[in-house]
Design a protein around this ligand. Sequence first.
Ligand code: HEC
Length: 498
Amino acid sequence: MSFLTSALLSSSKATMQWIEERTGVVAFAKPLLFHHVPRNAKWWYVFGSATLMFFTIQLVTGVCLATVYAPSAAQAWESLNYIDKEVPMGWMLRALHGWSSNAMVVMMAIHMLQVFLHASYKYPRELNWITGVFLLLTTLALAFTGQVMRWDQDAYWGLGIGAAIADRIPLVGDQVRALLLGGPIIGGETLNRFFALHVFILPGAALGLVGLHMMLIIKNGISEMPKPGAIVVPSTYREGFEERMKTEGVPFVPEAVQRDMVFCGVCLIALVALAAFYGPFGPGGMPDPTLINTNPRPDYPFMWLFGAVSLLPPASETAIMLIAPGVGVLVLIAVPFLSNSGERAPSKRPAMVLVALVTVMAIAALTWEGMTSPWSPVMDGWSALPTPAKFTHGRTPLEMQGAVVFQFAQCRNCHSLDGLGGKRGPELDDVASRLSYDQLVRQVQQGGGNMPAYGKNLDSAQTAAVVAFLATLHPSNEPDAKIPGAQLPPPPGSANAH
Ligand code: HEC
């Protein structure tokens, strides 16, 4: 018996040696597990590992979901309902994937905030920070493409706004939008494109970046808790750090990893509780561009952007949407280059603490704004109340018919007449004094600037009627629309000429 055990033992040892000799896997893993970390690196340092845990959960639940999800425009929505209702515990899988995605973004933000406050990005960890910024961008891209996977109203409008932003890029806007959507409109190919991004390209990029980030952590070690007066001097830092780790550091396993495990355990319990209690996200209503009777919201990571856009004066939207994100990313990347030496303690860097505080408060306030600001402030303006009677007085039958189209196409979900209706688009009381007949036709058929195109959903007679109605909306002392002679209702066929 004892002979058998020892024979087994020695042969398994021989096997290990055989593998080690050819792969060096043990030599590789040892520093990962036993590298020394600062003794005082306590609970402040658990957020990175928690982010990694949520990422791992995303990979596992994501692969499971991909075995059932149908990435086709015709079936995606149904396959999600199938997962929710038919697949055993399928709803839980979706709930975990959805909540863990939000948790990953939040944990990542907390991790970044800690690194920023402690100035851990200073020499020699500049590239740790920069790979982190790219991980943030990849994660946000995963969150956005993931929202599209739901293929519901939120996804549709999220995409619509994304496409509208892409469209505004000077010169290449059309091409960028076509590349994103796989065509001029949001259709079947759009979903396939986003599926490829969401399950192949972005996770691949994230895995590569996580590997790099970890490699840099091993190479440069974990920064010590900042102390006022403990100044980073690049020329002598590394030597001193390595010396201190040898004498004062503690091995990652088992010293520091305990706290990581406890924190990850708490996070995991919270995640399962949230998922079980609130269930999966969506899918909301079927995607349908004519259904504007909806209150679409982006997912939490983008809520603050939604809030910001809802506050912006429409005229500045293009500039701000295009420029602000780019500037934001550049500033983040520039952080370690602006100052990579000197004090790390927050008490010695009050300006930086203020920057962090203002950023956090701004994002929190805008998120709140995004969650509470209605998609169009007066959601029942159009549905409950008919077009005000004064806009139908003395109108021709065609114009009256246009008023009806205006009513049932729910234009007032976004536009107000006489103060009744939504505020997403401009009020239309005197639109005819701003736009010519041709411009009105183009706006209705092609939409643009956050307005859906109605070309496919209104037939030419309906378009002609609604435009005839719009052409009468102006102060009573002005003629209809801007082209001379437009008082005469134009022949219905003319709406097709564009
Ligand atoms: C989802 C919200 C939304 C809906 C629904 C909507 N619009 Fe719009 N509309 C907008 C926005 C936003 C603009 C401003 C576009 C821009 O800035 O280029 C706009 C602009 C317009 C304009 C040009 C106004 C101007 O002063 O330049 C007209 C005309 C118009 N819409 C008509 C309609 C009609 C008719 C309908 C219904 C068939 C409709 N809209 C439905 C959001 C909407």
